[in-house]
Design a protein around this ligand. Structure first.
Ligand code: HEC
Ligand code: HEC
Length: 323
C-alpha cells in the first residue's frame, strides 16, 4: 500500500470515529436536563385574582392561539373561545414542536403539574421533566402577582383529555438540544413581586416587554439563535407568518418618516387594536390584543411614544409569499 493510501485509510477511520462519537454524544445528551428553582407561587381561589389571570391569558399574554390546535384556528381568528388543549404544530427547521394541553386535566393537562412546576416553566424555561422549553414563551420576567394570577385562572379551566404529540426533533434538533438550546429564563434576575397597574409608560414597558412580547416580533432577530440583532421595536424584515406569508413587521418607534405610527394619535392606536386582525396570515395575536383594556392601551401607547425614534424602514407589510 502506498503511503498516501495508508494515510487516507487512517484519516478516513479517524473521521468515522469522530462522527460516531458526535452522534453518540448527541443521542446521549439530547434529553439533558437543567436545574432551576421552583418559584414559591401558589394558585389562589380569590375571584379578583382569577379574573386578572383570565384577562392576561386571553388578552395581553395571548396563551390561547398557541395552545389550541389547527382545527380551532378559524374559530380562534373569529374571536371565539377555543379549548387550550394543545397540539398546535410549530414546524421548525429542526423538527415539530407541539404546544401542550394547558387545561386543568389531571393526566393530559396541567392538572398533573404542581403550581411550582408551572411557575418554573414560565419563569425559567425549564419543563416539568427538566428539559429546556423551546423559547416560545418569553414570560420570564412576569411579576409574582401576574404569574400567580395566570396559574390561578388555569386551575379553573375545565380539563380536556387531548394528548398532543410529543415534540419530535430531527437530528439537527437533537444536536441543538444536546449542545445549544438552554433554558432562556435568567436564574439570577430579580422579578418584581407586583407591578403597579396604571396608564403610565412604566407599566407600558412591562406590558410590551414582559407580558405581550411586542419586541419579540417587532425587532430584527437571527433565526437560528433567536438573538435580537436589530434595534428594539424598529421592525423585523422577513418574519414568517402563517401559510407561507412573510411579513416586515412595522417600526413601532416614533420616527417621523419610518415609524408606522408617526401620524397616529391614541385614538387611532386604540381603534386599530379594537379592530382585530386585518392581514389574514398575520401571526400577531390581534384577537387577544383586541381585549386590551383602555388603560393598558394608554400605557402601551405612552411607552411606545417614549422610545427613541429609530430611522429604519423594514419594508412593505407583506414581504413575500412562498408556497
Ligand atoms: C407563541 C406560542 C405560545 C404562547 C403565546 C404560549 N405558549 Fe405555552 N407553549 C408553547 C409551546 C410550543 C410549548 C411546548 C414547548 C416545548 O415543549 O418545548 C408550550 C408549553 C407550555 C407549558 C408546558 C406544559 C407542560 O405540559 O409541561 C405551559 C405550562 C405553558 N406552555 C403555558 C402557557 C401559558 C400560561 C401561556 C400564556 C401566559 C402560554 N403558554 C403562551 C407555545 C406557546
Ligand atoms: C407574534 C408576532 C407579533 C407580536 C407578538 C406583536 N406583533 Fe405587531 N405586528 C406583527 C406583524 C406580522 C404585523 C404586520 C401584519 C399585521 O398588521 O397584522 C404587525 C403589525 C403591527 C402594527 C401595525 C398595524 C397596522 O394596521 O398598521 C402595530 C401598531 C403593531 N403591530 C403593534 C404591536 C404591539 C403594540 C404589540 C404588543 C402589544 C405587538 N404588535 C405584538 C407581529 C407581531
Amino acid at each position: 500500500m502506498s503511503t498516501l493510501k495508508r494515510f487516507l485509510k487512517w484519516t478516513g477511520l479517524l473521521l468515522l470515529l469522530v462522527i460516531g462519537a458526535i452522534v453518540a454524544l448527541v443521542f446521549a445528551r439530547h434529553d439533558r436536563t437543567f436545574e432551576a428553582p421552583y418559584p414559591d407561587i401558589a394558585a389562589s381561589t380569590d375571584s379578583a385574582v382569577i379574573a386578572h389571570g383570565e384577562y392576561l391569558v386571553n388578552g395581553p399574554a395571548h396563551c390561547t392561539g398557541c395552545h389550541t390546535d389547527k382545527q380551532h384556528e378559524a374559530a380562534y381568528l373569529r374571536g371565539e373561545a377555543v379549548p387550550m388543549h394543545g397540539g398546535y404544530d410549530f414546524v421548525l427547521p429542526f423538527g415539530h414542536v407541539y404546544s401542550r394541553n394547558i387545561t386543568n386535566h389531571p393526566e393530559k393537562g396541567i392538572g398533573r403539574l404542581t403550581d411550582g412546576e408551572i411557575a418554573r416553566t414560565l419563569r425559567y424555561g425549564v419543563g416539568s421533566d427538566g428539559r429546556a422549553i423551546i423559547d416560545f414563551m418569553p414570560f420570564y420576567m412576569l411579576s409574582d402577582e401576574d404569574l400567580r394570577a395566570v396559574i390561578s385562572y388555569l386551575r379553573t379551566v375545565p380539563g380536556e383529555p387531548n394528548d398532543p404529540p410529543r415534540t419530535e426533533f430531527n437530528f439537527i434538533g437533537k444536536a441543538l438540544m444536546a449542545f445549544a438550546i438552554e433554558p432562556m429564563g435568567p436564574l439570577d434576575a430579580p422579578r418584581p413581586s407586583a407591578v403597579k397597574r396604571d396608564s403610565t409608560a412604566a407599566y407600558g414597558d412591562y406590558l410590551a416587554n414582559s407580558v405581550a412580547n411586542c419586541a419579540g416580533c417587532h425587532t430584527q432577530r437571527d433565526l437560528t439563535t433567536g438573538a435580537f440583532v436589530g434595534e428594539r421595536f424598529s421592525g423585523w424584515s422577513g418574519m414568517e407568518g402563517m401559510n407561507g406569508t412573510f411579513f416586515n413587521t412595522p417600526n413601532l418607534t416614533p420616527h417621523a418618516t419610518t415609524g408606522r405610527m408617526a401620524e397616529w394619535n391614541f385614538d387611532t392606536f386604540r381603534n386599530r387594536f379594537r379592530a382585530g386582525p386585518v392581514q389574514p396570515d398575520s401571526p400577531m395575536p390581534w384577537v387577544n390584543f383586541a381585549r386590551f383594556s383602555d388603560d393598558d392601551l394608554k400605557a402601551l401607547w405612552a411607552y411606545l411614544q417614549s422610545l427613541a425614534p429609530v430611522d429604519r424602514d423594514p419594508g412593505p407589510i407583506i414581504a413575500r409569499i412562498e408556497d
